[in-house]
Design a protein around this ligand. Structure first.
Ligand SMILES: Cc1ncc(C[n+]2csc(CCOP(=O)(O)OP(=O)(O)O)c2C)c(N)n1
Ligand SMILES: [Mg+2]
Length: 906
């Protein structure tokens, strides 16, 4: 019985395991007893089929366990293709035409990078990634990837970012991208249409859907995308379809924790709409991925252990006759014992080397290839370059039900790039030599004219040539061109502000937090006739922290299986309610996973034509600094939604300390170009901001998203004063003018520290006869952005009347220095320093956090009311507007120690 037949793909019939591959002894060496067992087993397979054989093995294993014999855990199958050759279906496409199309795409992908680097040395681009991936993508494009058309939703594809030139080259042949764009690859800022280096929806909003080039983000997002698709189906918001999510992943990319960290989510959620294709070219940037091991076997174990359906595509069809003649089993033995570093060398060093060092190790394997030339040996294909093998793997993947599938495809990095193939330096190769260009052309039999070939220029045959007609016809049958992104406008109508009446009216003296204010708004929004069902609340195991119990009761937690148990707290009103159509995504303790859900929901307006409105509520400390790159990708993807940074502030979250108390997330959020940051103090400010967010993102369709802090300090929320909406959104408004006449000092406050500023205002007036206005600053970031834009306009229009930035217009007519305090770092108010006419004194929470209560924390970080008073008096005395001695005395009266430790360095 041949080895291939033994490998039915089922773990139950695995005879060999990696890494301690046993080199199964030749038949003659086996003991008679073993031979007898094997013969009986072979008979069962032949006569009763593999599933019966699997049953027997299962029974045997149970008996072994009962008897105290521990059967080995096996997560690995032999190092051969999972689909047995006799079960393969014939390839349905026209291989000749597809080969020509692929050759043309390869040529143009190469030419695009090569030319650009000749013209503009150092501009970059990659040849080697796509050259390894081409056939894996082409089989998909010609036979599997279904595009969205009319009302039919299509598949979603996460492309390996560095393979972008190949994806452009295909679009070029399809006529979707013109030659000018190809010649402007990586030249995006020259007033002509160019092509972005990698998949960036921000830069090419009609083309790319998913930013993937920061490694690990694509695969993670793909898993949660597949899960979100199920969520929408279970909630009845979209129809259940057969559409698939394909994620193309680099084998080096699997080093990233994000790539493999959520694999069990896909099995737990039975995501058979998800297919990973890992392009195992055995190399990453510097060298081999697992030189001393085998990445395919390692990944097989990881994915299988996580419950995925694993399909290996290791060897091309030209190995099949060799396997058929490998009666000794030595070919497989040789394959199993080689490590990836050797496999790389076999492809880098050519046929003679492979004959000597691979086949030559055993007489049996050498004998297998005596009839083959060195060139033929060099050309023996790996599975990931063989359309038929790939086709069969993909077919099994799309037919698999009950869970996700991974295809581990073995390829060659820099396939066909002549001397650059499979070299450690391949990844960085940007140009080909003249010789290499000619070799490239020869290897792929590329149908480009001589002059184009010599100069490495893009080449597109006429529209009606058989190959171009063929590729277009294939796409037509699959629904249209891909990738394609619809830049849709959500078209919802934001509610009027009165809709959030509770927040606008204030808490009537009741002490509540802005978090509670927000949750109450969220509950109101969940009841909105149009928007309610579109709201997607997301929490990483922090629902109780934010007081979401009532929302959980209201709309339930999404659980794909419903609630299979009776919750122990069912008899209380706010029990833990899980539902198949639950609305809340309770993600467990994964900020990265939650962020991936946020990305799926925030881009659903385009991907599902359904403008879901995600509110992701999390510990603000574990946001931008933990998953900042995922947020960056969200901005690139033109995501919409609200990041709600809970337990915000370095001094408001009492008791927790250094790794919890956040005094910098609003600094970090400020660097995301399309993220609007707000740090509100009162529930009505929150309501105005959220409502405006709904209007800007979901009504006007602006490409922005929001970061809003929410605090957990309880205090009475005032009713909204008249006419402050504009100021709240702009970033600043006067909340309370000086109580006793014209102010000589301006106090800025944000978040709960606004209350400290208000207390300081009273102390200053009552004890020191200093009059101060108090301003609520809801967004330094937005004020700065506006001021920068105004500056830029002024700079570019020197002959026109100078414009005033908003912050100066607002402060017009006020007097005195500005003392600005927030629960964030001093750099936050400092953002306004270039514009303010008077000296700015920033008070903030620089330095590592501490565990204590609010009173002591604010004292420590010098943002208490007393610290604000002291800072004000000190500044006024420097400006000779207050007696310095009196200021010094105030320090004592207010209990401020001038020799105290500097919190920024403590
Ligand atoms: C988060 C992140 N780190 C580093 C890089 C830089 N980088 C670009 S490609 C690459 C190697 C990719 O190897 P692999 O995933 O195996 O893909 P291949 O090109 O071999 O198909 C690296 C390290 C990146 N793009 N993203
Ligand atoms: Mg690789």
């Amino acid at each position: 019985m041949s080895r291939l037949k033994e490998d039915s793909g089922s773990i139950m019939v695995v005879m060999n395991a990696y890494p301690a591959l046993p080199a199964e002894p030749a038949e003659s060496e086996q003991s008679a007893e073993v031979a007898e067992w094997l013969e009986a087993f072979d008979q069962i397979i032949d006569q009763e089929g593999p599933s019966r054989a699997a049953e027997l093995l299962d029974a045997l294993e149970r008996r072994a366990l009962e008897s105290g014999v521990e059967p080995p855990t096996r997560l690995h199958t032999p190092y051969v293709n999972t689909v047995p050759v006799e079960e393969e279906l014939p390839y349905p496409g026209d291989r000749d035409l597809e080969r020509r199309v692929e050759a043309l795409i390869r040529w143009n992908a190469m030419a695009m990078v090569h030319r650009q680097n000749k013209k503009d040395s150092g501009i970059g681009g990659h040849l080697a990634t796509y050259s390894s991936l081409a056939t894996l993508l082409e089989v998909g494009f010609n036979h599997f990837f279904r595009a969205a058309y009319d009302d039919h939703p299509g598949d979603m594809i996460y492309f390996q970012g560095h393979a972008a030139p190949g994806v452009y080259a295909r679009a070029f042949l399809e006529g979707r991208i013109d030659e000018k764009q190809v010649l402007n690859f990586r030249h995006e800022t020259r007033g002509e249409p160019g092509l972005s280096s990698y998949p960036h929806p921000w830069l090419m909003p009609d083309f790319w859907r998913f930013p993937t080039v920061s490694m690990g983000i694509g695969p993670l997002n793909a898993i949660y995308q597949a899960r979100f698709m199920r969520y929408l189906e279970h909630r009845g918001l979209i129809e259940k379809t057969q559409r698939k999510i394909w994620a193309f992943v680099g084998d080096g990319e699997t080093d990233e924790v994000e790539t493999l960290g959520a694999l069990t989510v896909a099995t737990r959620e039975k995501l058979d709409n998800l297919i990973f294709v890992v392009n195992c070219n055995l190399q990453r940037l510097d060298g081999p991925v697992r030189g001393n091991g085998k990445i395919i076997s390692e990944l097989e174990g990881v994915f299988r252990g996580a419950g995925w359906n694993v399909i290996k595509v290791i060897w091309g069809s030209d190995w099949d006759p060799l396997f058929a003649r490998d009666h000794s089993g030595m070919l497989l033995k040789r394959m199993e014992e080689c490590v990836d570093g050797e496999y790389q060398a076999f492809k880098a060093k050519g046929g003679a080397y492979a004959r000597e060092h691979f086949f030559g190790k055993y007489p049996e394997t050498l004998e297998l290839v005596t009839h083959m030339s060195d060139e033929q040996l060099a050309n023996l294909h790996r599975g990931g370059h063989d359309p038929k093998k790939i086709y069969n793997a993909y077919l099994r993947a799309i037919e698999h039900s009950g869970g996700p599938t991974v295809i581990l495809a073995k390829t060659v990095k820099g396939y066909g790039l002549g001397s650059a193939q499979a070299r450690n330096a391949t990844h960085q190769e940007k140009k080909l030599t003249d010789d290499a260009l000619q070799t490239f052309r020869k290897v792929f039999n590329i149908p480009v004219p001589d002059d184009a070939a010599k100069d490495g220029v893009p080449y597109r045959p006429e529209k009606d040539t058989p190959e171009i007609s063929y590729m277009k016809q294939r796409r037509k049958e699959l629904g249209g061109f891909m990738p394609k992104r619809e830049d849709r406008k959500p078209d919802l109508k934001a509610p009027s502000l009165e809709f959030f009446g509770d927040a606008i009216g204030g808490s009537r003296g009741r002490a509540v937090s802005t978090t509670m204010g927000f949750v109450s708004m969220l509950r109101t929004l969940l009841k909105h006739p149009e928007m309610g069902k579109l709201v997607v609340p997301i929490v990483p195991d922090e629902g109780r922290t934010f007081g979401l119990e009532s929302a959980i009761r209201q709309v339930g937690i999404y659980a794909s299986q419903g609630q299979l148990y009776t919750p122990h707290d069912q008899d209380i009103l706010l029990y833990y309610r899980e539902e198949k159509d639950g609305q809340i995504l309770e993600e467990g303790i994964t900020e990265a996973g939650s962020m991936a859900s946020f990305a799926a929901a925030g881009t659903a307006y385009s991907n599902y034509r359904l403008p879901t409105i995600p509110f992701y509520m999390y510990y603000s400390m574990f946001g931008f600094q933990r998953v900042g790159d995922l947020i960056w990708a969200f901005g690139d993807a033109r995501g919409k939604g609200f990041l709600m940074g809970g337990t915000a502030g370095r001094t408001t979250l009492s008791g927790e300390g250094l790794q919890h108390c956040d005094g910098h997330s609003v600094v970090m959020s400020s660097v995301y170009p399309n993220c609007l940051t707000y740090d509100p103090a009162f529930a009505y400010e929150m309501a105005v901001i959220v409502n405006d967010g709904l209007r800007r993102m979901y009504q006007k369709g602006e490409g922005v998203f929001y970061y809003i802090t929410m605090y957990n300090e309880d205090y009475a929320m005032p009713e909204m004063p008249k006419g402050v909406e504009e100021g709240i959104l702009r970033g600043i408004y006067r909340y309370q003018a000086a109580p006793g006449g014209k102010a000589s000092l301006q106090l800025f406050g944000s978040g709960p520290i606004l209350n400290e500023a208000l207390k300081a205002q009273t102390i200053l007036a009552e004890k020191y006869s200093v009059q101060a206005d108090v301003w609520s600053v809801t967004s330094y970031t937005e004020l700065r952005r506006e001021a920068l834009a105004t500056d830029r306009w002024n700079l570019l229009h020197p002959a026109e009347k100078e414009k005033q930035p908003d912050v100066l217009k607002v402060l017009e007519g006020t007097e005195g220095p500005v003392v600005a305090a927030s629960d964030y770092m001093k750099i936050v108010p400092d953002q306004l320093a270039p514009w303010l006419r008077e000296r700015l004194v920033s008070l903030g929470t620089d330095g590592f956090g501490r565990s204590d209560n609010r009173e002591y924390l604010r004292k420590h970080f010098e943002v208490s009311a007393e610290s604000i008073v002291v800072a004000a008096l000190s500044r006024l005395s420097r400006e000779k507007k207050f007696d310095a001695k009196k200021a010094q005395k105030a320090f004592q009266e207010l209990g401020v120690d001038p020799d105290k430790v500097d919190p920024a360095r403590a």
